[in-house]
Design a protein around this ligand. Structure first.
Ligand SMILES: *[C@@H]1O[C@H](CO)[C@@H](O)[C@H](O)[C@H]1NC(C)=O
Ligand SMILES: *[C@@H]1O[C@H](CO)[C@@H](O)[C@H](O)[C@H]1NC(C)=O
Ligand SMILES: *[C@@H]1O[C@H](CO)[C@@H](O)[C@H](O)[C@H]1NC(C)=O
Ligand SMILES: *[C@@H]1O[C@H](CO)[C@@H](O)[C@H](O)[C@H]1NC(C)=O
Ligand SMILES: *[C@@H]1O[C@H](CO)[C@@H](O)[C@H](O)[C@H]1NC(C)=O
Ligand SMILES: *[C@@H]1O[C@H](CO)[C@@H](O)[C@H](O)[C@H]1NC(C)=O
Ligand SMILES: *[C@@H]1O[C@H](CO)[C@@H](O)[C@H](O)[C@H]1NC(C)=O
Ligand SMILES: *[C@@H]1O[C@H](CO)[C@@H](O)[C@H](O)[C@H]1NC(C)=O
Length: 639
């Protein structure tokens, strides 16, 4: 987490437990405190007052989750050495000046989740004496804008301030006038709709600002050049732009979170040269081209929106962005040329947009993107042309789940790239995507792509470590489909494909460790398995009656999940073998087997191997009859 507010994220004890403890005696009990010479902690000790018995030299005192109402002189012992005081989650409503005057060394005061909206005038006056306080937590105190302002109005040493979870509706111009040293400011989770001009102006050292979960509609002329982290997530922003001033200082901003807003366009950040993380997920961006959106697309009217008619390239400066999240927007075209200037981009998400196509204009022809991890889940892509992969030479991981892509065939090891379009053109008639010969691709998901039939050598010469082909109902996988992955593939998912054994042919995958075959119609395991040093196998929800003689793959196996198959109670020898080999069967308690009784199929829980079952039940009357029938049914069947 970027916002490291101290304290307050402590365990909430159950109120009933607290009440029970509080009623044990009338006086507060410091025996529930843990104490060392300089530290004392009385979390959830049922205290109503300050613990009196604590030693003189305490520097660090934690009193969270108690019932303390007042910090007033009469009830408080002297804590001349105290530097850190945490009274979060109490009932605090009165703080007196005489008390605070006794804490000359206090640097950190954490008062989150109290009732400091009550008596705020008198309390605030007392706070004016806290000239040395550097860290102050006033979160969740029901504070309105003017109350918060009053509390901090004379705290000149403040470095870290938490005002999150209050009821502020605006930031008043003078609020931070006397706290010029503030570095971290959390204003998240309020109702801030308005930031008065100059409100942040005194904060020349501010590095981290959290304004998430407010009601801001527009940020223009953003001028906090020294800021490193800005969180504006979960507001109602339609517009974000930097200050427009020629020759102004560059920004030091590194992390900008604009997710969950109503942005219609890429934010204007012409001077954010240091930006590394930019989150624009969950907005309404439909195009990244200059000149969009059109002013009439805005919900509200701003004078700044006319600027969008210019042809600025808003990303020209973003050469350090490593991580760009554009998921859940409204893009229809993979905006290839747009990403060209983002020369450090490693991780790009365009998941949950409306991408139907990738387009290359003459400008982007031949350019290469630095992207390593690309998330294109839940779009409407039907084809990715060869040039697309050629333009992403560093691609290692690609999630294409929930699209409509069909892999092309390749001709086996000698002629990897001959089919599926040459490397520079993408014929309009292409219907398949060449996943072969993608030189660095290690992780690929084609889950939920309505794949019907995999072509031979579809992934040949692509060094895949993991491949997800799950949830492609009725997928058919001929023997050569995974050809070429024999010496690389380590994880394979064929989950929920409703495949029978005729359609699930595996080659000899010599490095496969994790295999998910659950949710199919297999009555036999694929023979190719015997090649693989499997460690984890999931065969739940198939048609398996027995595993027969458990193959050599069981030697490396650590866990196998087996529930949801019609296992035959009479041939559970495989289970004995697995267990003897120390293989875990985590879902054994949900696993049932079937035996015949008077021509009917009877299903029974597998609680152990058959022999154990019979031995155990012969001692318990209730099982005796069943075990007897069962035993004879098996003998009969084996004959
Ligand atoms: C807290 O202070 C208020 C006002 O000063 C006073 O009325 C009340 O009795 C005090 N409560 C305790 C528990 O000391
Ligand atoms: C504000 O703080 C300064 C020292 O930090 C102190 O001298 C002054 O009295 C305080 N002002 C008020 C109104 O309490
Ligand atoms: C911004 O705030 C939101 C809401 O509290 C949080 O989920 C998100 O992780 C924060 N973003 C960053 C970059 O810390
Ligand atoms: C962007 O924000 C969304 C929503 O808050 C979050 O789920 C996602 O992980 C963030 N992306 C990055 C790359 O941090
Ligand atoms: C955009 O600019 C062009 C030419 O510069 C102008 O004709 C057009 O009216 C402008 N559109 C808007 C919405 O301002
Ligand atoms: C891209 O460049 C190649 C040659 O490098 C050329 O044959 C092709 O026509 C160009 N395509 C476009 C769309 O400009
Ligand atoms: C899935 O593919 C089949 C052809 O293989 C097609 O008839 C069907 O419409 C596709 N379904 C969806 C949801 O795209
Ligand atoms: C009992 O199960 C076997 C194997 O699943 C099946 O072939 C047979 O039809 C079933 N018999 C009845 C009576 O349901």
């Amino acid at each position: 987490m970027l916002w490291a507010a101290p304290g307050c994220f402590l365990l909430w004890l159950l109120p009933s437990v607290l009440r029970a403890r509080a009623s044990l005696g009338t006086g507060p009990s410091s025996s529930l405190c843990q104490q060392s010479p300089t530290k004392a902690s009385c979390k959830g000790a049922g205290l109503r007052k300050f613990p009196k018995e604590l030693g003189q030299g305490i520097k660090y005192l934690e009193l969270t989750n108690n019932f303390i109402q007042n910090l007033s002189g009469s009830t408080m012992p002297r804590f001349g050495q105290l530097e850190y005081l945490d009274v979060c989650f109490n009932q605090l409503e009165v703080v007196s000046a005489t008390t605070l005057a006794q804490l000359p060394r206090l640097r950190s005061l954490l008062l989150g989740s109290n009732h400091l909206d009550r008596n705020y005038l008198a309390n605030g006056e007392a706070f004016h004496l806290l000239g040395n306080i550097e860290v102050l937590d006033l979160s969740v105190n029901n504070l309105e804008s003017h109350m918060a302002s009053w509390y901090i109005s004379n705290l000149t040493s403040l470095r870290v301030l938490d005002l999150s979870g209050n009821t502020m509706t605006k930031l008043l111009a003078g609020t931070f006038r006397n706290s010029p040293r503030l570095r971290q400011l959390d204003l998240s989770n309020n109702y801030i709709m308005e930031i008065q001009e100059g409100a942040f102006e005194p904060l020349e050292e501010l590095e981290v600002l959290n304004l998430a979960l407010n009601s801001l509609h527009c940020i223009s002329g953003f001028s906090l050049t020294q800021l490193r982290v800005l969180n504006l997530s979960h507001n109602a922003l339609e517009l974000f732009s930097e200050e427009e001033e020629e020759g102004a200082q560059p920004y030091l901003l590194r992390v900008l979170d604009l997710s969950h807003n109503r942005l219609l366009s890429f934010p204007e950040l012409p001077r954010a040269h240091d930006l590394t993380h930019l989150n624009l997920s969950n907005n309404l961006i439909a195009s990244l081209l200059p000149g969009s959106p059109h002013p009439r697309e805005f919900f509200l009217l701003y004078k700044e929106m006319w600027r969008f008619n210019r042809t600025v390239r808003p990303v020209a400066a973003l050469t350090h962005v490593v991580d760009l999240d554009l998921s859940n927007n409204r893009l229809e075209l993979f905006p290839f040329s747009f990403f060209r200037s983002l020369g450090s981009l490693h991780s790009l998400s365009l998941a949950r947009n409306c991408l139907q196509d990738v387009a290359r204009d003459s400008v982007s022809n031949g350019t290469e993107l630095s992207v390593r991890s690309l998330d294109l889940r839940r779009n409407a892509l039907r084809v990715l042309p060869r040039w697309f992969f050629d333009s992403l030479p560093h691609l290692e991981s690609m999630d294409l789940g929930s699209n409509s892509l069909q892999p092309c065939e390749s001709q086996g090891s000698d002629q990897g790239r001959d089919l599926g379009g040459d490397s520079h053109t993408s014929a309009p008639g292409d219907t398949c995507t060449p996943f072969y010969s993608v030189p660095r691709l290690k992780h690929l998901s084609l889950s939920k792509n309505n794949l019907s039939r995999l072509q031979p050598h579809a992934f040949n010469r692509t060094p895949l470590l993991s491949l997800d082909l799950s949830e492609n109902r009725d997928l058919s996988m001929p023997p050569g489909a995974l050809g070429g992955l024999e010496l690389s593939l380590q994880e394979l998912s064929l989950r929920d494909n409703q495949m029978d054994e005729g359609r699930a042919a595996l080659p000899c995958l010599g490095t496969l460790r994790v295999l998910d075959l659950s949710g199919n119609h297999l009555s036999l395991l694929p023979t190719g398995l015997s090649c693989s040093p499997l460690e984890s196998l999931d065969i739940r929800n198939n048609n398996l009656q027995t595993l027969g003689r458990v193959g050599s793959w069981s030697h490396s196996l650590r866990a196998v999940s087996v529930a949801g198959n019609p296992w035959s109670c009479c041939s559970l020898g495989w289970l004995d073998t697995l267990r003897a080999a120390g293989v875990a069967v985590p879902d054994l308690s949900q696993t049932r087997c079937v035996f015949q009784e008077h021509g009917r199929n009877v299903s029974a829980g597998i609680t152990g191997t058959p022999r154990e079952l019979i031995e155990k039940s012969s001692k318990t009357h209730s099982f005796q009859w069943k075990a007897f029938t069962f035993f004879w049914t098996c003998i009969f069947k084996e004959e």
